[in-house]
Design a protein around this ligand. Structure first.
Ligand SMILES: [Zn+2]
Length: 424
């Protein structure tokens, strides 16, 4: 464990740290007109109104739109000269979301990342290859700050150029790497095509994957082909970047949220009501230690559930959430059936001969949506087989089209799995 004191706190100690953190955070944001107006509108007269953790439910939600409205720095609660760095995500609607950091915020981020690395079995001196981009997107720098904190040997490869990625991993004896999971099939394809037969990267033991959901079957395929252990890292621009809200440990029994750093709630996305543990809903986070842009009840749009608040076999005491099922806004509705792209992926991977690349195409005409699932597969797999299996697993009958390996479009970053077309 990177920080045993923090990671094994008792429930009572955690509750106390959370209440203290919540009070501190409220006092901090009270001086910022952007937050204060929202709190006052919700009937909060002063930060001292919040006396217990239950009072959290009286506080208003924070949304991605709030971040956009506050662009670039209206949400900052510290003087400009205390800011050392910022990151930004664009999203589909134009105005970006900005997260700015004080020195303590960068330390908090690095601490969370270092805990994630330790959870994955990485320790001082291990070579770690960073495949997310270094730039406005938080992934590259988040890994970098974490490497520094955990004393890993950082290989700052950034994204793209798969042949060079493989070469760096071999030449520097890389033990772990971080990337988006949809990039891994690129690496495997290159290895499979190596002269002299399918190649390997013997030093590689750990893959840490963030920012995309992926199925258990995809995880198994990657683990078997690359002989590595996969970990799900969680965190987003608004919570402070990659790794801030946790990762699974070697027990792989859910993502451990750093409860001394964030309060986790799961709400009904339609009503805002807090749901009991075990029920699926939208994840909501409140930061407890962040300074520049703290979040209070931030709605992530990620669909998930709380799995357990019991101590894990590894000794960590944080609550554990399920792997992310999808985004509230990724949910697809076809003929009255709700489903997520990840469920399609899971179903496809169960068909022998089906490869890792797929597309879901939704075409709407006259109010009726038809779904086609394009997938790459070896000879012998037919569109009929694919369609039939999807009907069994998802409850509706899409059209299934099978393509030879290499025929579907590739991306170096996040894969675009869903394509919507309006034919009216
Ligand atoms: Zn554990």
């Amino acid at each position: 464990m990177f920080n045993p004191t923090a990671e094994t706190m008792s429930r009572d100690e955690l509750a106390k740290a959370q209440l203290d953190g919540l009070k501190t955070t409220l006092r901090r944001v009270w001086g910022n007109p952007f937050y204060r107006t929202r709190l006052e509108k919700a009937g909060i007269g002063s930060p001292e109104d919040v006396k217990s953790l239950d009072d959290l439910r009286r506080l208003p939600f924070l949304t991605k739109d709030d971040f956009r409205e506050a662009y670039p720095l209206a949400m900052s609660c510290v003087p400009r000269e205390e800011l050392l760095e910022f990151h930004m995500s664009s999203g589909s609607t134009g105005t970006p979301v900005v997260m700015a950091y004080t020195k303590n915020d960068l330390n908090q981020w690095a601490e969370c990342m270092a805990r994630c690395f330790a959870m994955a079995g990485l320790s001082k001196g291990d070579a770690f290859q960073i495949m997310p981009t270094f730039g406005l997107f938080n992934g590259g720098f988040g890994c970098y700050h974490g490497c520094r904190k955990a004393d890993l040997f950082c290989v700052p490869a950034s994204s793209g150029n798969t042949e060079r990625q493989i070469r760096l991993m071999r030449d520097f004896g890389v033990k772990g790497f971080c990337s988006v999971v949809s990039y891994v099939p690129r690496i495997i394809e290159k290895l499979d095509a190596e002269p002299g037969g399918p190649g390997d990267i013997p030093s590689l033991k750990v893959g840490i994957f963030g920012s995309e959901t992926f199925s258990d079957e995809m995880r198994r395929r990657i683990e078997n082909r690359l002989h590595i252990e996969c970990f799900d890292i969680y965190g987003m621009t608004e919570t402070g970047g990659i790794g801030t809200t946790g990762q699974d440990c070697k027990c792989h029994c859910g993502i451990q949220v750093f409860e001394d750093q964030y309060i986790t709630e799961v709400i009904n996305p339609a009503t805002g009501e807090v749901l009991p543990d075990g029920e699926f809903g939208e994840l909501v986070f409140t930061s407890l230690t962040r300074e520049a842009m703290p979040i209070i009840r931030y709605r992530t749009h990620d669909v998930c559930r709380i799995l357990s608040r019991e101590k894990c076999n590894c000794g960590r005491t944080s609550l554990r959430i399920d792997r992310i099922t999808g985004r509230t806004d990724d949910m697809l509705i076809v003929k009255g059936v709700n489903f997520y792209p990840r469920q399609v992926e899971q179903a496809l991977m169960e068909i022998p001969g089906v490869k890792d690349e797929f597309q879901i195409i939704l075409e709407t005409k006259g109010g009726i949506t038809e779904v086609t699932v394009n997938v790459e597969a070896e000879g012998g797999v037919t569109g009929h087989t694919v369609a039939k299996h999807l009907r069994e697993r998802l409850g509706f009958l899409p059209k299934g089209d099978v393509f030879p390996v290499g025929a579907l479009p590739r991306s170096e970053g996040k894969a675009k799995r869903v394509i919507k077309r309006n034919l009216d």
